[in-house]
Each structure stands twice: as C-alpha cells, then as structure tokens.
Design a protein around this ligand. Structure first.
Ligand code: GRF
Length: 226
C-alpha cells in the first residue's frame, strides 16, 4: 500500500480528486497518510478534515527563519512515513534536503504542457493568462517528478485541453482542472502505486502488465504501448 502525503495551499480540488478516486477504486494500492498545508486558511484542509484525514498546517509565518520552517516541513512529512509526496497546488519552494531525501518520490501537477508556460512566476492563473496572451489553441496539464529545478523533473503524464474563443483565465483554468488535472494526477498516483513507472534519465516509461488491461477513460494513455 503506497502511503502518500498531499501538500496543498489552496482550494484542494486536486486533493479532492485523489480522495474521490481512492474511494471509487480508480486508484488502487494507495492511501492518504496525511495532508500538509503552508496556509492555515486553505480550504483543502477542510476537505481533508471532512474526510477524516490527518491534516496539519506548517506555516512559514510561525518560524523565525526559513531554515526553521524547512526543518519543520520536512519533519511533518517524515513523521507520516510517506512513500510518495504529492504537490497539489503547493506554492512553497521545497527545501533542498527534502528533494534529496525523497528523490523521484515527489510529484507535482502543473497547469500547462511543460516545457511551455512553466518555471519561475508561472503558477495558478498566471499560467492561463500567459497561454491566452500567446494565443495558444491547445494547453493542458502535466504531472512530473520534482527535482531541484522549477517544473523541470521527468514528465510522468500530460493531457491536452482545447483553448476556446472567449476564454477568460478563470474559464480556461476550470477546463484544465476538470479535463486534465483531476484525471492525470490520480492516474499518476495509481501508476506509481502499482509499479508501472520506470525512469531512465529524464524519461519516464510505463511498465505494461502482461494481462490486457482496460483502464477505462485512460485507454488512450496506453494506445499502441501494449
Ligand atoms: C491547480 O490549478 C494546480 O495546477 C496548480 O495549483 C492549482 C491548485 O488547485 N498547481 P487546487 O488547490 O487543487 O484546487
């Protein structure tokens, strides 16, 4: 059973998608050991509590120095004995020690098709504003392993989403969340929990199990890979 700790800062809709897909059985062999937020007002913490999950706030404002915060954040994760850390809209730069300790065991959801519209300054609505400003016709979301860079680790899954005429950043964000984020983040967790992910350098490949496996709406992930 893969123990995951979910890190959140905001509304927690990606956390909710993970909760729902574990409950429905779409995600197999994984459990949420806890939810950690840097923001005491994050509605994601309410979602965790409503679901009876351990939830803790580790706020930078509660510590005298960044180093003290970093140590507290790492300790909060460690005490839950996680196998996988899931950044679901977590707006805090992870401490180097955490990235080193959990190498290839931290994943992040980013609301664009990396390497477009990512890196420093590209988060939340800013991503969708930039997509609309550039006039893209397609955008999407990416789940990737976290490394020392910003949105630079090996890509696990991506899903494209159409940009529609008249889109506002808010409307586009909602479509990307509904059509991509809430699908590929849970799917990535399921792949990792069931030993389906291999990393070779910066490239992720999928181990396909022997039996022909129906993966429902995700068939297209494995089209031609059987
Ligand atoms: C999502 O758009 C995600 O792509 C980005 O932050 C947002 C988090 O939303 N990293 P939520 O807290 O999961 O609702």
């Amino acid at each position: 059973m893969l123990r995951i700790v979910v890190f959140v800062s905001g509304g927690g809709t990606n956390l909710q998608a993970i909760i729902d897909k574990i409950d429905s059985g779409s995600i197999k062999n994984a459990e949420i050991a806890g939810v950690i937020s840097n923001n005491p007002n994050a509605y994601a913490l309410e979602r965790a509590k409503e679901h009876g999950l351990y939830a803790e706030c580790v706020s930078p404002k509660s510590f005298g120095t960044r180093e003290e915060f970093n140590q507290a954040l790492l300790a909060a994760a460690d005490k839950l004995s996680p196998d996988l850390l899931v950044l679901a809209g977590f707006l805090v730069i992870l401490p180097r020690e955490m990235i080193e300790k959990y190498t290839n065991r931290i994943i992040n959801i980013h609301p664009s098709l990396i390497p477009s519209f990512c890196g420093k300054g590209f988060y939340g609505l800013k991503v969708h504003e930039a997509v609309l400003a550039r006039g893209n016709k397609i955008t999407g979301a990416t789940v990737h392993f976290v490394d020392a860079g910003t949105d630079t680790g090996p890509i696990i899954l991506q899903k494209a989403v159409e940009v529609q005429d008249g889109d506002t950043p808010e409307r586009l964000q909602k479509r990307v969340m509904e059509q991509a984020e809430w699908e590929i983040l849970p799917k990535a967790i399921d792949l990792i929990a069931n030993g389906r992910i291999e990393i070779e350098g910066n490239r992720v490949t999928y181990k396909i199990t022997q039996k022909a496996e129906k993966v429902g709406a995700m068939d297209w992930y494995f089209e031609g890979r059987r």
